[in-house]
Design a protein around this ligand. Structure first.
Ligand code: CP
Length: 290
């Protein structure tokens, strides 16, 4: 029984096999019924479009039953402990996936659950997003080892998961953030304050929103001012390799962290990346509970 909380649970060979499997599942989405007769609880304490739909449809495509739970409909919101929630859900479902704020909540669920727990986003990590990001790189380049991926913007949960899983995959991850918004050092990741230096000769450039859902809305204007020089636009992409393309985990704010031209243009794989959430997560579900 294994959990998937940060992505560091996977070895390099497991990750490579998972991404290959994700590509197979993309080519034949109905080919696996590995979750027949099984149920997966999907708990959402925060809004979601991609994660919600890709997990719910993905579980159904694998023959399983997704049980979507909004936390305001659960006793968790009235003080029931993560421990009791984990103990009860484990008696009914074959895995528990959760989107929430505190990483500690997911860790507590994992401590007491007797089924796998999957992190669908916390303040600290977004590892299922990184799986789809790596699948998108893999399907475009045919390999991952030796690629350079540059993330520009806030050193947040998305950046951290890219750093962790990118290293496992052999991808060189650079993260350019303004002073005060840097990611803490993560093994293998190159951190800088200079977005142009980070973009130079990279194979792909990656952006995320400047104000995430776990950020204090009162600091939004301050964050936007600090992050303005870190916009992913045509000028920045010109510094990358000639074949480079833009990635974004979405939702996007065109004109803010990414230019509208890139978001909807030829030199992006953003919409493939959004689709790949489903395929990569199905491969993860097969690994954890298949
Ligand atoms: N990228 C991502 O996690 O999207 P949602 O917030 O819509 O799930």
């Amino acid at each position: 029984m294994r959990h998937f909380l940060t992505g560091s649970e996977l070895t390099s060979s497991e990750l490579a096999a998972l991404l290959e499997r994700a590509t197979e599942l993309k080519e034949a989405p109905e080919s696996s019924q590995v979750l027949a007769g099984k149920s997966v609880a999907l708990i959402f304490e925060r809004p979601s479009t991609r994660t919600r739909v890709s997990f719910e449809v993905g579980v159904a495509e694998l023959g399983g039953h997704p049980v979507v739970l909004r936390s305001d409909e659960m006793q968790l919101s009235r003080g029931e402990s993560p421990r009791d929630t984990a103990l009860v859900l484990s008696r009914h479902v074959d895995a528990i996936a959760i989107r929430t704020g505190p990483d500690e909540l997911v860790e507590q669920l994992a401590q007491y659950a007797t089924v796998p727990v999957i992190n669908m986003l916390t303040a600290g990590h977004h590892p299922t997003q990184a799986l789809a990001d790596l699948q998108t790189l893999n399907e475009n380049f045919g390999h991952l080892n030796g690629l350079t991926l540059t993330y520009v913007g806030d050193g947040n949960n998305v950046a951290r998961s890219l750093a962790i899983l990118g290293r496992t995959a052999g991808v060189s991850v650079r993260i350019a953030s303004p002073e005060g918004y840097e990611l803490e050092p993560v093994a293998g990741a190159q951190l800088t304050n200079d977005p142009r230096e980070a973009a130079r000769d990279a194979d792909a450039l990656y952006a995320d929103v400047w104000v995430s859902m776990n950020d204090d809305p009162h600091t939004a204007e301050q964050r936007r001012r600090a992050l303005e020089p870190y916009r992913l636009d045509e000028q920045l992409l010109e510094l990358a390799a000639p074949h480079a393309f833009a990635l974004h985990c979405l939702p996007a704010h065109p004109g803010e962290e990414i230019s509208e031209g890139l978001l909807y243009g030829e030199r992006q794989r953003i919409w493939d990346q959004a689709e790949n959430r489903r395929h990569a997560q199905k491969a993860l579900l097969e690994l954890l509970i298949g």
